[in-house]
Design a protein around this ligand. Structure first.
Ligand SMILES: [Zn+2]
Length: 199
């Protein structure tokens, strides 16, 4: 963007690199930040700094956490016989929002996608297999997204976990094939959990 001071132009550049933010929105946000009170604008940069320095992955499940264990893993009331496998922390949030699940999670941090160069070793699969080997799980629920890659990932995992005495299920297909967990509403997710089927 020409005609703006260097700092403004730099902020607009940065903002427009964020997903879903076009050039026009970036300009709007930049001018908004110039207009609001200074402490309000700086609170945003603080929040960004904190999220990058204080937030890490839970040592057990790879959910986002500010401590070694996330709130779910640290909660003694969770059902430790059930483990729900999701692709991303935001999928975990969608399942939690449904209120229909009280077990533990495992976040893969992606899905197997050979065309994008994502191979099993880049995900948290080794750690999942370890947890199933050493834990007391009776059921592993595959809650990867109902996409070709999500389904392929589930299948790969159920093969990897085949040697353990656990039941492997997957979410019912209330969630339309091709849609993603992140955008499904609570009722649909709750239904998908209740109606889960043997994989
Ligand atoms: Zn955790």
């Amino acid at each position: 963007m020409s005609g703006h001071a260097g700092a403004v132009s730099q902020l607009v550049d940065r903002l427009s690199q964020l997903p879903g933010i076009g050039r026009k929105s970036a300009e709007r946000l930049a001018f908004h930040l110039l207009r609001v009170r200074e402490d309000e604008a700086l609170a945003l940069s603080d929040a960004i700094r904190r999220v990058r320095t204080d937030v890490r992955y839970c040592a057990d499940c790879y959910n986002l956490s500010e401590k070694e264990l996330c709130q779910i893993c640290a909660d003694p009331k969770r059902d430790r016989t059930r483990l729900c496998v999701v692709e991303q922390p935001r999928d975990l949030l969608s399942l939690e929002a449904s209120g229909a699940y009280k077990g533990l999670y495992h976040v893969l941090l992606g899905r197997i996608a050979p065309l994008d160069g994502v191979t099993p070793d880049q995900l948290t699969i080794d750690s999942l297999v370890d947890r199933v080997r050493t834990g007391n799980f009776s059921e592993i629920i595959m809650a990867t997204n109902p996409t070709v890659e999500g389904d392929g990932t589930s299948l790969y995992l159920s093969n990897q976990l085949g040697e353990f005495p656990v039941e492997i299920t997957r979410l019912a297909r209330g969630i339309t094939a091709g849609s993603v967990l992140e955008y499904a509403n609570r009722e649909i997710i709750a239904d998908a959990l209740t109606g889960r089927q043997k994989l």
